[in-house]
Design a protein around this ligand. Structure first.
Ligand SMILES: [Zn+2]
Length: 497
Protein backbone atom coordinates (compact mmCIF):
# COMPACT_ATOMS: atom_id res chain seq x y z
CA UNK A 1 0.00 0.00 0.00
CA UNK A 2 1.27 3.45 -0.90
CA UNK A 3 0.93 6.46 1.38
CA UNK A 4 2.10 8.89 -1.30
CA UNK A 5 -0.27 11.81 -1.81
CA UNK A 6 1.39 14.11 -4.36
CA UNK A 7 4.48 15.72 -5.84
CA UNK A 8 4.84 19.18 -4.32
CA UNK A 9 7.05 22.03 -5.49
CA UNK A 10 9.41 23.13 -2.71
CA UNK A 11 9.50 26.63 -4.20
CA UNK A 12 5.97 27.69 -5.27
CA UNK A 13 3.97 24.98 -3.50
CA UNK A 14 2.20 23.78 -6.67
CA UNK A 15 1.00 20.17 -6.38
CA UNK A 16 1.02 17.47 -9.06
CA UNK A 17 -0.44 13.95 -9.08
CA UNK A 18 2.17 11.54 -7.74
CA UNK A 19 2.36 9.60 -11.02
CA UNK A 20 3.00 12.70 -13.16
CA UNK A 21 6.07 12.13 -15.36
CA UNK A 22 7.90 15.32 -14.45
CA UNK A 23 11.13 15.80 -12.57
CA UNK A 24 10.96 19.56 -11.84
CA UNK A 25 8.09 22.00 -11.29
CA UNK A 26 6.44 22.98 -14.57
CA UNK A 27 5.49 26.38 -13.13
CA UNK A 28 8.75 27.61 -11.57
CA UNK A 29 11.46 24.95 -12.25
CA UNK A 30 11.61 24.30 -8.49
CA UNK A 31 12.62 20.98 -6.92
CA UNK A 32 9.69 18.60 -6.34
CA UNK A 33 9.24 16.60 -3.14
CA UNK A 34 7.06 13.54 -2.64
CA UNK A 35 4.43 14.06 0.07
CA UNK A 36 2.79 11.33 2.20
CA UNK A 37 -0.31 10.89 4.30
CA UNK A 38 1.64 11.14 7.54
CA UNK A 39 -1.43 11.14 9.79
CA UNK A 40 -2.35 7.68 8.43
CA UNK A 41 1.20 6.52 9.06
CA UNK A 42 1.23 7.84 12.61
CA UNK A 43 -0.85 4.89 13.69
CA UNK A 44 0.89 2.23 11.57
CA UNK A 45 4.59 3.04 11.52
CA UNK A 46 5.85 1.58 14.83
CA UNK A 47 9.42 1.21 16.07
CA UNK A 48 8.75 -2.34 17.29
CA UNK A 49 7.62 -3.38 13.81
CA UNK A 50 10.63 -1.65 12.19
CA UNK A 51 13.01 -3.47 14.56
CA UNK A 52 11.78 -6.78 13.14
CA UNK A 53 12.54 -5.86 9.52
CA UNK A 54 15.82 -6.52 7.70
CA UNK A 55 18.29 -3.62 7.52
CA UNK A 56 18.42 -1.47 4.38
CA UNK A 57 16.39 1.35 2.87
CA UNK A 58 13.35 -0.81 2.03
CA UNK A 59 12.45 -1.37 5.68
CA UNK A 60 11.07 2.19 5.54
CA UNK A 61 9.02 1.45 2.43
CA UNK A 62 5.88 3.17 3.77
CA UNK A 63 7.82 6.42 3.45
CA UNK A 64 9.12 5.66 -0.04
CA UNK A 65 7.35 6.20 -3.38
CA UNK A 66 7.60 2.61 -4.64
CA UNK A 67 4.30 0.75 -4.95
CA UNK A 68 5.29 -2.89 -5.40
CA UNK A 69 7.99 -4.09 -3.01
CA UNK A 70 8.37 -7.40 -4.88
CA UNK A 71 9.84 -5.69 -7.92
CA UNK A 72 12.29 -3.24 -6.32
CA UNK A 73 15.76 -3.04 -7.84
CA UNK A 74 18.24 -3.58 -5.04
CA UNK A 75 21.94 -4.20 -4.64
CA UNK A 76 21.78 -4.09 -0.85
CA UNK A 77 21.81 -0.30 -0.38
CA UNK A 78 21.58 1.30 3.05
CA UNK A 79 21.77 -0.52 6.37
CA UNK A 80 25.19 1.08 6.83
CA UNK A 81 26.98 1.23 10.15
CA UNK A 82 26.92 4.09 12.59
CA UNK A 83 30.38 3.85 14.16
CA UNK A 84 31.01 5.28 17.58
CA UNK A 85 34.46 6.77 17.14
CA UNK A 86 36.48 7.00 20.32
CA UNK A 87 39.84 7.64 18.60
CA UNK A 88 38.56 10.47 16.46
CA UNK A 89 36.49 11.79 19.38
CA UNK A 90 39.65 12.02 21.46
CA UNK A 91 41.61 13.79 18.72
CA UNK A 92 38.80 16.29 18.14
CA UNK A 93 38.05 16.72 21.84
CA UNK A 94 34.49 15.37 21.60
CA UNK A 95 32.83 13.06 24.09
CA UNK A 96 30.38 11.34 21.76
CA UNK A 97 31.10 11.23 18.04
CA UNK A 98 29.58 8.96 15.41
CA UNK A 99 30.32 8.35 11.74
CA UNK A 100 27.50 7.34 9.45
CA UNK A 101 29.65 5.27 7.11
CA UNK A 102 28.12 5.44 3.64
CA UNK A 103 31.28 4.11 2.00
CA UNK A 104 29.93 0.57 2.34
CA UNK A 105 27.01 1.09 -0.05
CA UNK A 106 27.06 -1.10 -3.21
CA UNK A 107 28.92 1.39 -5.43
CA UNK A 108 30.64 3.10 -2.51
CA UNK A 109 28.46 6.15 -1.88
CA UNK A 110 25.20 7.27 -0.19
CA UNK A 111 23.89 8.00 -3.69
CA UNK A 112 22.95 4.31 -4.04
CA UNK A 113 20.04 4.90 -1.65
CA UNK A 114 18.53 7.35 -4.12
CA UNK A 115 19.39 5.50 -7.29
CA UNK A 116 17.78 2.31 -5.98
CA UNK A 117 14.47 4.14 -5.49
CA UNK A 118 14.67 6.10 -8.75
CA UNK A 119 15.47 3.02 -10.86
CA UNK A 120 12.80 0.97 -9.06
CA UNK A 121 10.13 3.57 -9.82
CA UNK A 122 11.32 3.89 -13.43
CA UNK A 123 11.10 0.13 -13.91
CA UNK A 124 7.70 0.00 -12.24
CA UNK A 125 6.50 2.63 -14.69
CA UNK A 126 7.77 0.75 -17.72
CA UNK A 127 10.88 2.71 -18.69
CA UNK A 128 13.41 0.69 -20.67
CA UNK A 129 16.40 3.01 -20.36
CA UNK A 130 17.97 5.54 -18.01
CA UNK A 131 20.25 8.49 -18.70
CA UNK A 132 22.26 11.03 -16.78
CA UNK A 133 24.55 13.97 -17.45
CA UNK A 134 26.29 14.05 -14.15
CA UNK A 135 29.87 13.13 -13.36
CA UNK A 136 31.10 10.98 -10.60
CA UNK A 137 29.14 9.06 -8.01
CA UNK A 138 25.66 9.51 -9.48
CA UNK A 139 26.68 8.25 -12.91
CA UNK A 140 28.56 5.26 -11.46
CA UNK A 141 25.60 4.36 -9.29
CA UNK A 142 23.00 4.78 -12.02
CA UNK A 143 24.88 2.53 -14.39
CA UNK A 144 25.15 -0.21 -11.76
CA UNK A 145 21.45 -0.12 -10.86
CA UNK A 146 20.36 0.05 -14.49
CA UNK A 147 22.46 -3.07 -15.15
CA UNK A 148 20.84 -4.79 -12.17
CA UNK A 149 17.37 -3.82 -13.42
CA UNK A 150 18.06 -4.99 -16.97
CA UNK A 151 17.64 -1.44 -18.30
CA UNK A 152 20.05 0.22 -20.69
CA UNK A 153 21.84 3.37 -19.59
CA UNK A 154 23.47 6.32 -21.29
CA UNK A 155 25.89 8.62 -19.50
CA UNK A 156 27.35 11.93 -20.71
CA UNK A 157 30.74 12.71 -19.19
CA UNK A 158 32.31 16.16 -19.47
CA UNK A 159 35.89 16.32 -20.63
CA UNK A 160 36.45 19.55 -18.76
CA UNK A 161 35.83 19.64 -15.03
CA UNK A 162 36.92 16.07 -14.68
CA UNK A 163 35.74 12.82 -13.25
CA UNK A 164 37.62 10.91 -10.53
CA UNK A 165 39.42 7.95 -12.05
CA UNK A 166 37.80 5.32 -9.79
CA UNK A 167 34.33 6.51 -10.74
CA UNK A 168 35.24 6.42 -14.41
CA UNK A 169 36.41 2.81 -14.14
CA UNK A 170 33.14 1.93 -12.43
CA UNK A 171 31.08 3.54 -15.19
CA UNK A 172 32.99 1.63 -17.85
CA UNK A 173 32.84 -1.66 -15.98
CA UNK A 174 29.06 -1.61 -15.51
CA UNK A 175 28.71 -1.38 -19.26
CA UNK A 176 27.02 1.97 -19.86
CA UNK A 177 26.84 3.69 -23.21
CA UNK A 178 29.27 6.54 -22.46
CA UNK A 179 29.64 9.70 -24.50
CA UNK A 180 32.32 12.26 -23.74
CA UNK A 181 31.16 15.88 -24.15
CA UNK A 182 32.80 19.27 -23.71
CA UNK A 183 31.71 20.41 -20.27
CA UNK A 184 29.17 19.96 -17.51
CA UNK A 185 26.58 22.22 -19.16
CA UNK A 186 26.70 20.21 -22.38
CA UNK A 187 26.43 16.95 -20.43
CA UNK A 188 23.24 18.19 -18.77
CA UNK A 189 21.79 19.48 -22.04
CA UNK A 190 22.48 16.20 -23.85
CA UNK A 191 20.93 14.16 -21.05
CA UNK A 192 17.84 16.39 -21.24
CA UNK A 193 17.52 15.70 -24.97
CA UNK A 194 17.87 11.99 -24.29
CA UNK A 195 15.07 12.17 -21.72
CA UNK A 196 12.40 12.27 -24.46
CA UNK A 197 12.71 8.48 -24.66
CA UNK A 198 14.67 7.60 -21.54
CA UNK A 199 14.20 8.29 -17.81
CA UNK A 200 16.62 11.01 -16.75
CA UNK A 201 18.12 11.00 -13.29
CA UNK A 202 19.62 14.09 -11.70
CA UNK A 203 20.62 15.02 -8.14
CA UNK A 204 17.24 16.75 -7.75
CA UNK A 205 14.97 13.99 -9.14
CA UNK A 206 12.14 13.63 -6.61
CA UNK A 207 12.26 9.83 -6.29
CA UNK A 208 16.02 9.84 -6.05
CA UNK A 209 15.80 12.37 -3.20
CA UNK A 210 13.31 10.19 -1.33
CA UNK A 211 15.80 7.33 -1.24
CA UNK A 212 18.55 9.61 0.01
CA UNK A 213 16.57 10.67 3.09
CA UNK A 214 16.79 7.13 4.52
CA UNK A 215 20.29 8.01 5.82
CA UNK A 216 18.68 9.88 8.68
CA UNK A 217 15.96 7.27 9.34
CA UNK A 218 18.79 4.83 10.01
CA UNK A 219 20.77 7.27 12.15
CA UNK A 220 17.75 7.88 14.39
CA UNK A 221 16.90 4.20 14.64
CA UNK A 222 20.54 3.37 15.43
CA UNK A 223 20.39 5.96 18.23
CA UNK A 224 17.22 4.31 19.64
CA UNK A 225 14.89 6.84 18.07
CA UNK A 226 16.56 9.93 19.41
CA UNK A 227 17.99 12.60 17.13
CA UNK A 228 21.64 13.59 17.65
CA UNK A 229 22.41 17.22 18.58
CA UNK A 230 24.17 17.78 15.27
CA UNK A 231 24.40 16.08 11.89
CA UNK A 232 27.26 17.32 9.70
CA UNK A 233 26.77 16.69 5.97
CA UNK A 234 28.94 17.48 2.92
CA UNK A 235 27.01 19.53 0.35
CA UNK A 236 27.38 19.50 -3.42
CA UNK A 237 23.90 20.05 -4.80
CA UNK A 238 22.56 20.21 -1.26
CA UNK A 239 20.05 17.38 -1.80
CA UNK A 240 21.35 15.01 0.87
CA UNK A 241 21.23 17.62 3.63
CA UNK A 242 17.79 18.86 2.50
CA UNK A 243 16.40 15.35 2.60
CA UNK A 244 17.96 14.61 5.99
CA UNK A 245 15.90 17.54 7.23
CA UNK A 246 12.76 16.26 5.48
CA UNK A 247 13.39 12.84 7.01
CA UNK A 248 13.76 14.24 10.53
CA UNK A 249 10.51 16.15 10.20
CA UNK A 250 8.68 13.10 8.88
CA UNK A 251 9.93 10.91 11.75
CA UNK A 252 8.72 13.56 14.14
CA UNK A 253 5.32 13.78 12.44
CA UNK A 254 4.74 10.02 12.42
CA UNK A 255 5.64 9.91 16.11
CA UNK A 256 8.93 7.99 15.93
CA UNK A 257 10.95 11.01 17.06
CA UNK A 258 9.37 12.69 20.03
CA UNK A 259 11.10 16.01 19.42
CA UNK A 260 13.19 17.24 16.54
CA UNK A 261 16.03 19.25 18.02
CA UNK A 262 18.76 18.15 15.64
CA UNK A 263 20.72 20.99 14.03
CA UNK A 264 22.24 20.52 10.61
CA UNK A 265 25.64 21.65 9.40
CA UNK A 266 26.19 21.84 5.65
CA UNK A 267 29.83 21.74 4.53
CA UNK A 268 31.46 22.77 1.28
CA UNK A 269 35.07 23.13 0.17
CA UNK A 270 36.45 26.70 0.12
CA UNK A 271 37.22 26.44 -3.60
CA UNK A 272 33.50 26.13 -4.47
CA UNK A 273 31.03 27.10 -1.74
CA UNK A 274 27.96 28.84 -3.20
CA UNK A 275 25.51 27.58 -0.54
CA UNK A 276 27.80 28.65 2.30
CA UNK A 277 28.22 32.09 0.71
CA UNK A 278 24.43 32.49 0.50
CA UNK A 279 24.09 31.42 4.14
CA UNK A 280 26.77 33.85 5.30
CA UNK A 281 25.28 36.77 3.39
CA UNK A 282 21.73 35.97 4.56
CA UNK A 283 20.56 35.61 0.96
CA UNK A 284 17.38 33.75 -0.05
CA UNK A 285 18.83 32.50 -3.31
CA UNK A 286 22.10 30.73 -4.04
CA UNK A 287 24.20 32.54 -6.66
CA UNK A 288 26.36 30.29 -8.83
CA UNK A 289 30.09 30.35 -8.14
CA UNK A 290 32.30 31.25 -11.09
CA UNK A 291 35.25 28.91 -10.65
CA UNK A 292 36.13 25.66 -8.94
CA UNK A 293 39.41 25.19 -7.15
CA UNK A 294 39.41 22.26 -4.75
CA UNK A 295 40.31 18.58 -4.79
CA UNK A 296 36.83 17.64 -3.53
CA UNK A 297 35.42 17.20 -7.02
CA UNK A 298 32.16 15.54 -6.06
CA UNK A 299 30.89 18.48 -4.02
CA UNK A 300 32.20 21.11 -6.44
CA UNK A 301 28.86 22.13 -7.88
CA UNK A 302 28.85 25.65 -9.29
CA UNK A 303 25.05 25.86 -9.48
CA UNK A 304 23.54 23.62 -6.80
CA UNK A 305 20.09 22.48 -7.89
CA UNK A 306 18.89 21.91 -4.31
CA UNK A 307 20.74 24.95 -2.94
CA UNK A 308 17.66 26.87 -1.88
CA UNK A 309 16.15 23.82 -0.21
CA UNK A 310 19.41 23.22 1.66
CA UNK A 311 19.57 26.84 2.83
CA UNK A 312 16.04 26.58 4.21
CA UNK A 313 16.82 23.29 5.95
CA UNK A 314 19.93 24.68 7.65
CA UNK A 315 18.06 27.79 8.79
CA UNK A 316 14.99 25.93 10.02
CA UNK A 317 17.18 23.59 12.03
CA UNK A 318 19.09 26.59 13.45
CA UNK A 319 22.31 25.05 12.15
CA UNK A 320 25.33 26.28 10.20
CA UNK A 321 26.91 26.32 6.79
CA UNK A 322 30.67 26.29 6.67
CA UNK A 323 33.45 26.08 4.07
CA UNK A 324 36.71 24.27 4.79
CA UNK A 325 40.21 24.45 3.25
CA UNK A 326 41.71 21.61 1.20
CA UNK A 327 44.59 21.24 3.68
CA UNK A 328 42.11 20.64 6.52
CA UNK A 329 40.17 18.19 4.35
CA UNK A 330 43.36 16.22 3.70
CA UNK A 331 44.24 16.15 7.39
CA UNK A 332 40.73 14.88 8.18
CA UNK A 333 41.05 12.26 5.43
CA UNK A 334 44.26 10.92 6.96
CA UNK A 335 42.77 10.90 10.49
CA UNK A 336 39.65 9.04 9.33
CA UNK A 337 41.78 6.33 7.72
CA UNK A 338 44.40 6.02 10.46
CA UNK A 339 42.28 6.48 13.55
CA UNK A 340 39.05 4.80 12.45
CA UNK A 341 39.90 2.58 9.48
CA UNK A 342 37.57 4.45 7.13
CA UNK A 343 39.05 5.38 3.73
CA UNK A 344 36.83 8.24 2.54
CA UNK A 345 36.86 10.39 -0.56
CA UNK A 346 37.93 14.02 0.04
CA UNK A 347 34.33 15.33 -0.11
CA UNK A 348 33.37 13.05 2.78
CA UNK A 349 36.22 14.19 4.98
CA UNK A 350 34.87 17.76 4.87
CA UNK A 351 32.46 16.81 7.66
CA UNK A 352 35.33 16.06 10.07
CA UNK A 353 37.17 19.24 9.04
CA UNK A 354 33.95 21.20 9.71
CA UNK A 355 33.51 19.60 13.12
CA UNK A 356 37.00 20.75 14.10
CA UNK A 357 36.31 24.31 12.93
CA UNK A 358 32.97 24.50 14.76
CA UNK A 359 34.49 23.18 17.97
CA UNK A 360 37.18 25.79 17.74
CA UNK A 361 34.60 28.55 17.30
CA UNK A 362 32.59 26.99 20.19
CA UNK A 363 29.45 26.53 18.08
CA UNK A 364 29.61 22.84 18.91
CA UNK A 365 30.36 21.93 22.50
CA UNK A 366 32.40 18.89 23.47
CA UNK A 367 29.45 17.31 25.26
CA UNK A 368 27.18 17.47 22.19
CA UNK A 369 26.27 14.28 20.41
CA UNK A 370 27.50 14.61 16.82
CA UNK A 371 27.04 12.48 13.70
CA UNK A 372 29.34 13.12 10.72
CA UNK A 373 28.13 11.66 7.44
CA UNK A 374 30.92 10.01 5.43
CA UNK A 375 29.35 10.06 1.99
CA UNK A 376 31.71 8.10 -0.28
CA UNK A 377 34.74 5.82 -0.32
CA UNK A 378 38.36 6.75 -1.01
CA UNK A 379 38.91 4.24 -3.81
CA UNK A 380 36.85 6.51 -6.06
CA UNK A 381 39.86 8.79 -6.09
CA UNK A 382 42.79 6.48 -5.28
CA UNK A 383 45.55 9.00 -6.13
CA UNK A 384 44.55 10.89 -3.03
CA UNK A 385 46.50 8.34 -0.98
CA UNK A 386 49.66 9.87 -2.49
CA UNK A 387 49.08 13.05 -0.49
CA UNK A 388 48.92 11.02 2.70
CA UNK A 389 52.51 9.75 2.35
CA UNK A 390 54.09 13.01 1.21
CA UNK A 391 57.67 13.29 2.45
CA UNK A 392 58.04 9.57 3.24
CA UNK A 393 60.48 8.79 0.44
CA UNK A 394 60.43 5.00 0.63
CA UNK A 395 56.62 4.91 0.39
CA UNK A 396 56.58 7.49 -2.40
CA UNK A 397 59.07 5.34 -4.35
CA UNK A 398 57.01 2.22 -3.86
CA UNK A 399 53.92 4.11 -5.02
CA UNK A 400 55.75 5.24 -8.18
CA UNK A 401 56.63 1.64 -8.89
CA UNK A 402 53.02 0.54 -8.50
CA UNK A 403 51.92 3.38 -10.78
CA UNK A 404 54.68 2.43 -13.26
CA UNK A 405 53.17 -1.00 -13.56
CA UNK A 406 50.13 0.62 -15.10
CA UNK A 407 52.39 2.61 -17.37
CA UNK A 408 54.52 -0.33 -18.56
CA UNK A 409 51.51 -2.07 -20.06
CA UNK A 410 51.11 0.90 -22.41
CA UNK A 411 54.71 1.10 -23.57
CA UNK A 412 55.00 0.47 -27.33
CA UNK A 413 56.94 -2.48 -28.77
CA UNK A 414 59.77 -0.43 -30.27
CA UNK A 415 60.51 1.29 -26.97
CA UNK A 416 60.58 -2.07 -25.22
CA UNK A 417 63.10 -3.32 -27.83
CA UNK A 418 65.27 -0.26 -27.17
CA UNK A 419 65.17 -0.97 -23.44
CA UNK A 420 66.28 -4.55 -24.16
CA UNK A 421 69.20 -3.29 -26.28
CA UNK A 422 70.27 -0.90 -23.52
CA UNK A 423 69.96 -3.68 -20.94
CA UNK A 424 73.12 -5.16 -22.52
CA UNK A 425 75.08 -1.98 -21.83
CA UNK A 426 75.33 1.65 -22.87
CA UNK A 427 74.81 2.44 -26.53
CA UNK A 428 74.20 5.31 -28.97
CA UNK A 429 71.63 6.16 -31.66
CA UNK A 430 73.22 4.56 -34.72
CA UNK A 431 74.12 1.38 -32.83
CA UNK A 432 70.59 1.13 -31.42
CA UNK A 433 69.16 1.63 -34.93
CA UNK A 434 71.33 -1.28 -36.13
CA UNK A 435 70.38 -3.44 -33.14
CA UNK A 436 66.67 -2.84 -33.75
CA UNK A 437 67.07 -4.02 -37.34
CA UNK A 438 69.36 -6.98 -36.79
CA UNK A 439 68.14 -8.36 -33.47
CA UNK A 440 64.47 -7.37 -33.50
CA UNK A 441 63.60 -7.05 -37.19
CA UNK A 442 62.40 -3.44 -36.75
CA UNK A 443 63.20 -1.12 -39.66
CA UNK A 444 63.02 2.57 -38.76
CA UNK A 445 64.45 5.80 -40.09
CA UNK A 446 67.25 7.10 -37.85
CA UNK A 447 65.33 10.30 -36.81
CA UNK A 448 62.53 8.06 -35.46
CA UNK A 449 65.03 6.23 -33.29
CA UNK A 450 66.17 9.55 -31.85
CA UNK A 451 62.57 10.52 -31.22
CA UNK A 452 62.03 7.30 -29.23
CA UNK A 453 65.20 8.03 -27.24
CA UNK A 454 63.97 11.53 -26.40
CA UNK A 455 60.64 10.16 -25.19
CA UNK A 456 62.21 7.37 -23.15
CA UNK A 457 64.52 9.89 -21.54
CA UNK A 458 61.61 12.21 -20.76
CA UNK A 459 59.78 9.39 -18.99
CA UNK A 460 62.88 8.64 -16.92
CA UNK A 461 63.43 5.13 -18.28
CA UNK A 462 66.84 5.89 -19.81
CA UNK A 463 69.55 8.44 -19.08
CA UNK A 464 72.26 9.91 -21.27
CA UNK A 465 75.68 9.10 -19.90
CA UNK A 466 78.27 10.97 -22.00
CA UNK A 467 79.06 12.52 -25.37
CA UNK A 468 82.03 11.47 -27.49
CA UNK A 469 83.57 13.14 -30.51
CA UNK A 470 83.83 10.74 -33.44
CA UNK A 471 86.59 10.63 -36.08
CA UNK A 472 84.44 12.66 -38.53
CA UNK A 473 84.06 15.47 -35.97
CA UNK A 474 80.45 14.75 -34.95
CA UNK A 475 79.19 14.16 -31.42
CA UNK A 476 77.84 10.81 -30.34
CA UNK A 477 75.56 10.67 -27.30
CA UNK A 478 75.47 7.50 -25.20
CA UNK A 479 72.46 6.18 -23.25
CA UNK A 480 71.95 3.62 -20.53
CA UNK A 481 68.99 2.19 -18.62
CA UNK A 482 68.03 4.18 -15.51
CA UNK A 483 67.06 2.36 -12.30
CA UNK A 484 63.47 3.00 -13.24
CA UNK A 485 64.11 1.56 -16.72
CA UNK A 486 65.65 -1.58 -15.23
CA UNK A 487 62.68 -1.99 -12.92
CA UNK A 488 60.24 -1.46 -15.79
CA UNK A 489 61.94 -4.06 -17.95
CA UNK A 490 61.92 -6.46 -15.06
CA UNK A 491 58.17 -5.90 -14.57
CA UNK A 492 57.52 -6.42 -18.28
CA UNK A 493 59.33 -9.74 -18.18
CA UNK A 494 57.27 -10.81 -15.17
CA UNK A 495 54.07 -9.72 -16.90
CA UNK A 496 54.89 -11.75 -20.01
CA UNK A 497 55.70 -14.89 -17.96
ZN1 LIG B 1 7.05 25.52 -8.49
Amino acid sequence: MSFVTALKCTQCGHEYPSDERITICAVCDGVLNVTYDLSQLRRRFKSTELARRLPGIWKYSELLPVVNLDTVVSLGEGGTFLHKCDGLARSTGMQELYLKDETTNPTGAFIDRGTAVEVSVAKERGFKSMCCGSTGNLAASLVAYAARAGLSSKVFIPQRGGVDVGKFYQILAYGADVEVVRDHEEAEARANQESSHSRIISPSSPHFLEGVKTTVYEVCEQLQWTGPDWIIVPMGNGGHLSMIWKGLRELNQVGLLETNKTKLVGVQAKGCAPIVEAFDSNADEVSPCATVSTLSLDISVKKPSCGRMALNAIRESRGHAIAVHDKDILKALGDLARQEGVFAEPSSATSIAALRALMESKEISRTDRVVCVITGMGLKYPEIARTLVKGRTELENLLSQVEDRRFTTHLGKTKVHILHILAKGESYGYEIWKGLQEDHGVRLRIPSVYQHLVELKASGLIASTRSERTFDGRYRRYYELSERGKWTLNQLERLSD
